[in-house]
Design a protein around this ligand. Sequence first.
Ligand SMILES: Cc1ncc(COP(=O)(O)O)c(C=O)c1O
Length: 413
Amino acid sequence: MTMNASPSVYLNPRYQQGAISAAGFFPASELKSVKADIEQWPGYEATPLLPLPDLAAAHGVKSVLYKDEGGRFGLGSFKAIGGAYAVQRLVQQRVREQQGIDVSVSQILENDLGRTCGLVVACATDGNHGRSVAWAARLFGLPCHIYVHANVSPNRRAALQELGATVVAVPGVYDDAVNRASTDASTHGWTIVSDTSYPGYSEIPFNVMLGYTVMFDEILDQAPEPITHVFIQCGVGALPASICAYFAARSPATKLIVVEPERAACLLESARGGAIVNLDGDLATLMAGLACGCPSHLAWSVLREGAAAFMTAPEELTVRGLRMLAKRQPAIISGETGAAGLAGFLAASEGPQRDALGLNRDSVVLLIGTEGATDPDLYQTILKLPDDDVSGFCQSFLQRARRNALNQAASQK
Ligand SMILES: Cc1ncc(COP(=O)(O)O)c(C=O)c1O
């Protein structure tokens, strides 16, 4: 495949191997109990780790391992284990406050303790996180309110409603949905289950990140050899920060490269500036799950020294990566956001920073296909495009998304 769009790669001058593990971000006891808990949820199964030898050969590395999260709990993305785990912990905390006892997952489910504990959960979402929260709310019998912004597609909204959530559409971008959810929650006494943290709000986002570690545990059990590089897609940064902190303890030599969309690279800009940068542009991208302008504070605290590099993935390369996966035998089904890490790898392996990133014939690269086709209509449209139309499709999609965001912002004034 010819790369016609060049990525921006920023090697992190603050990167320090060992800085994170010394701080012990995830306590060992917590890691043990999260695994035991999630394994008890109905439908738990490890997702596959697939070797892609042809891709490795074509891009001059020893191997590429692809963790396919499309089948996670039937929810279509890795997010299924994050928000849902935070909801489980909230139910346990509520029961402890009310009854003075610690209850296990099976005790909650057998005795319907969620339904009687009075907890109501809410969150803002681009789709996948909300699906996880809504699924857990249904599992544990809690009322649930989900806030979506203007660019969340009707399919993604419908998927949330099917899980029994009340869906509220908010004009503007992701951060507008976050603000509205927060105002409504404090008016009604609901609990916000967010995957992003800010000063004074870190316990719940920490539990979300803890939930993700079950996936990393599976990866290290499944990987046939030590992983040297991870190209990981990034929205608010909770996913990259959790793999960074987890691998720092169990696979410290692995280099983490954080991959963001060009118009929503808030972690890359933070790394450049040496402190958190909040973007206030249109955040237009096909990678809906990564359209975030404000880094999670907890995530930044890990990534500022733990990530080896930050880079942007050209939109077109994500679409080409998605199509390439779909053409394999057997096909791998990835949504646009799910293919962002792959796009980062494709760009970096052929770009001028290949050597600086330490990519060579001995490299073992991990990619996480973080979602399946979570927007089936968009996925089909992308698959059906003639090769020559990919570039034009990306440009017109982005123009539309920008116009949408501008119109929404104007209508709020
Ligand atoms: C499928 C998918 N992959 C990756 C991410 C990025 O995760 P984070 O926002 O924690 O950086 C998201 C976020 O919504 C997502 O939905």
